[in-house]
Design a protein around this ligand. Structure first.
Ligand SMILES: [Zn+2]
Length: 339
């Protein structure tokens, strides 16, 4: 293929966790943004170390990035060991996404197109992890809120996991749907992190990426779920079933009342959902109670059916109740009313 432009090549060497010297090559075109390119070169060793420590040691013998011309219509393409980028796209977040595919997509590859969310959900989620590493928890939460909002705004509502895609591959706009396969999947992983807690969640991720029976092999969604259940020892099939098969999100209609009986204060909670689909989303649900004396309490209840009642009893006076104060269930709408 002839090109008017000439490729320029820069190379750095990075030492992997187990001591291998990994060449990292940057192929760029004349006229491209040098400060962007230099920034990417500067953060590359830290990014390689970050993901290697989080998942497993970098799984290939080299790494590289090449910007293409305007005919390349995507942001990036995670080719094994040499990632394609759009013209002049020396962008940190894009690179975090594509680079994380070396583990999620290239080292462990999907079994059929039905499992595409495992690639794109993880890479989109990994962008968020990199943002959290670089800019802190609030930046991560903001990134996740943006992903949830992308899904809420989308006109398309179909499941993340579509078993029939195994045999019948949909059009590319459906297969690589940004709002569902990328954004919603990443928020589902974020909610899984909240449900399991960081140590269990990241422990499970590490077990997954270090699993010798999976490395340089393929996985299906069903196998992924059963592996996560076995790594965590938690029977969380229900979590995947609803979030992967569901088309929308829970719409909570929650009620509460506070009554006093002798020296005790009783909070009654009623949980219900009015969803645009025939699913009741089960989730652990965090409640924060603020007391008159300035103290507060956090309770997590497990809401697994419609019109479910919970009662909390305290010996000090509650003055305010917050439902899901940390937005752990990011994919939801919620209405709360005092009875
Ligand atoms: Zn991707």
């Amino acid at each position: 293929i002839s090109s008017k432009k000439n490729y320029q090549l820069d190379e750095i060497k990075w030492k992997s966790l187990n001591g291998r010297v990994i060449p990292v090559r940057f192929y760029w075109n004349e006229g491209e943004n040098q400060s962007g390119l230099n920034h990417v070169k500067n953060i590359t060793p830290e990014m390689m170390r970050f993901f290697s420590e989080l998942f497993c040691d970098y799984p290939f013998e080299k790494n590289g990035y090449a910007t293409l011309n305007e005919l390349f219509i995507f942001g990036g393409m995670e080719n094994q060991t040499l990632i394609s980028l759009c013209s002049n796209c020396w962008d940190e977040e894009l690179i975090a996404h594509e680079f994380s595919h070396q583990w999620f997509g290239n080292m462990i590859t999907l079994k059929t197109w039905a499992d595409v969310w495992l690639n794109e959900g993880f890479a989109t989620f990994a962008e968020g992890l990199w943002i959290e590493h670089r800019f802190g928890e609030e930046a991560y939460k903001e990134y996740m809120r943006i992903q949830a909002e992308r899904f809420f705004q989308s006109e398309n509502k179909f499941p993340i996991f579509n078993r029939e895609w195994r045999n019948k591959i949909p059009d590319i706009g459906t297969l690589y749907n940004g709002e569902i396969i990328y954004a919603k999947s990443s928020v589902v992983l974020n909610m899984l992190r909240n449900v399991l807690g960081d140590s269990v969640f990241f422990g499970a991720l590490k077990s997954y990426t270090n699993d010798k029976s999976l490395q340089y092999r393929n996985i299906s969604t069903e196998e992924f779920i059963s592996r996560i259940i076995s790594y965590t020892g938690r029977d969380i099939g229900w979590f995947f079933n609803q979030w992967l098969a569901g088309t929308h999100f829970p719409v909570y209609k929650n009620y509460y009342s506070i009554t006093q009986r002798d020296s005790l204060y009783i909070i009654d909670l009623i949980f219900s959902q009015e969803n645009d689909e025939n699913i009741y989303y089960k989730m652990p649900f965090e409640i924060q109670i603020l007391f008159e004396d300035g103290s507060s309490a956090n309770e997590t209840i497990f809401n697994d059916r419609d019109n479910q009642n919970f009662r909390l009893v305290y010996s000090k006076k509650p003055i305010k109740i917050y439902f899901d104060p940390h937005d752990k269930i990011l994919l939801k709408k919620m209405y709360v009313k005092e009875l």
